[in-house]
Structures are given as C-alpha cells and as structure tokens.
Design a protein around this ligand. Sequence first.
Ligand code: KG4
Ligand code: ZN
Length: 345
Amino acid sequence: MKSEPLILGIETSCDETAVGIVRGRTLLANVISSSVEEHARFGGVVPEVASRAHLEAMQPAIAQALKDSGIALTDIDGVAVTAGPGLIGALLVGVSAASALALALNKPLFGVNHLASHVAVDVLTHTKPLQPTIALLVSGGHSSLLKVADITGDITALGQTMDDAAGEAFDKIARVLGLGFPGGPLIDKDAKAGDRKAISFPRGLMQAPEMLTHPFDFSFSGLKTAVARYIAATPSAKRADISASFQEAVVDVLTMKAIRACKETGIESLVVAGGVAANSRLRELAGERCAANGIELRTPPPALCTDNGAMVAALGSLAMSSGRKPSEIGLAAESAVPVSRAIWA
Ligand code: KG4
Ligand code: ZN
C-alpha cells in the first residue's frame, strides 16, 4: 500500500482523449485532446470517428502528460483507465493502451468507473475527506443522486433520470435554439443575457405524488417538449430568455432534490460533479441552497467537471492507497455499468 502513489490515468469513454497524472491527491498533469469539432456537424458524437481520433491522439497525449509533469514513465506506480460506462469502441482504445503500459512497466492496473471518477476528482481540489457525501452526478449520459460511503467501493444510487440525462437535455434544446454542439456551455453563455423568470417551464417529477414515488429521480423529457412547443408557438420570444428559463428549470430540480437527499440521509456534504457541474447557474444556485441548509458544497473547478484524465488518475490513486486489488491486465471494457461498481476487481 502506498499513501502517495504516482498514477497515470487514461480516459477515452466519449470524445476526449485525456491523460492525467497525479501523486496522491496532487494534480501534476492534465492533457485533453478533444475530437468534438469532428462531431459538431452531426449534432452529436459519432462513435467510429471518436475511436479513430483516440487512436491518433493517445500516444501524443501520454507523451505530453509526462513532459508537463516532468516525470519519467518508469517512475509511475500504477495505471488507471476508464473501463466503462461509455462508447465501447472508444473505451477499448484506452483500455488497450493502459493494459499495454501496465504490462510493459510491470505495474498495477486499475479499471475505473467513469461516473465514480467524476466524483473522485474532488479530492484534487479539496483537502477535507471526500466521504461520506451525497453526490449529484450530472453529465451528457447520466444524471443521478448518489450516496457515497466509499468512492472506491461503496456507492449507492438513490435516484437517476427516467429519460434524458441533464447534459443531453441541454444539448437537445441548444440544437432547437440553433446554438450548436455541445449545447451546455452555449446555453450557459446565452442565458446570461436572459431573464430566468421570463417563462415558467415545467419541473419534472416535482409534484407531490411524484415526489413520494420518485423523490430522487429526474425527468427532463416533459421539459424538452414544453420548450420545443414554446419555441414553435412564440417566434418573437427572445432566445436568451428561453435559454435562461430552460436552464433554471433544470438546475432548480437538480439542486432541490440534491438538498433533499442530504437532509433525508443526514449527510451534510454535497459534491456536484460531471460535465453539467460546469454550469455557472447550477454552481450559483447549489451554493445558495447549500448555504441556506447548512450543507457543505464541493464542486470541482469547471475544467475538472467535464471529461478529463485527472479524474481517472485520482480514483486510481484512491484505490491504490486504500489497498484495493488491481484489475486484470486486458480487463473487459463495458458500455453499461452501474456506478456501484467503482473499480474492476
Ligand atoms: O461529463 P461530460 O464531459 O461527458 C459525459 O460523461 O457525458 O459531460 C458532457 C455534458 C454535455 O452534455 C455538455 O453539454 C454538458 O456536459 N456541459 C454543460 C456545461 N458544460 C458542459 N452543461 C451545462 N452548462 C455547462 N456550462
Ligand atoms: Zn463524463
């Protein structure tokens, strides 16, 4: 067991080829090569294009991360890699590269869960113990509320989205508004010039009966339909008002349910993580509501909220220093995995 292991982490679950290096809880390098521009004209990530881009970017990204951190490959104590969930062809590129590295260096390999690593990245910027905590995990593919007793192996899903993920809703509404892809950052920016109270869009699963049966679940499909109908029926509406009002409907529900999860479990700590956690209004409202309820809020800086390699290295580092058994070389990548499976044993 090593308390401050030097870990190289590789992330290729979607369109970012990312390599991070951490020593214990200290970030040393975070290199991200994105193929997002190649996907933009299709309005979404094209799996085959992403896999090919990973193949081309992998070696240069590893070389750059080593250069940035000033360490030699042979200094590394372990390799961590996203083994799922994600696009299977894209994951395979990362898992193959990480397996080859671990084998050549004769060092342990940790296959890690992409969702758990989004939460684990918090340890790189906050010194307080991460757990126990409630985590609101909001990304392009997932939206869930988690109870985290141990980020390397004891995570319970309290609720999740019944339809679209929060990021997916941002991306789809941005497309309807003609803003481009990925939509989250574009709506965030557009909303700054709008009035978030201009239009009252529906809040999914917030009515009294639904709150009883789905207290911690989310639904964004009704909201999406309501926004699309509003746009069609109101051609004179100001786009920034629609962006701001839509964004408000999403972050209102996310923060209300997250606070409720903290209160019901008696856990006074909330981590907001995943790509959508970069949203400025979500960060602001979570801050206000946590302060009003005596809950400590932790949100990684925006650059560590969207996909990156540092989060993978961070979870690998926690796994290694807590004595977790490494994964097999050549472990299987899996496109769909529950968040409860944090490390591939
Ligand atoms: O975690 P992530 O980088 O990739 C996945 O694991 O899915 O999340 C990407 C998602 C996209 O849907 C993107 O639109 C959204 O995060 N996103 C945002 C913002 N930045 C990224 N959503 C709202 N506001 C933002 N500032
Ligand atoms: Zn992600």
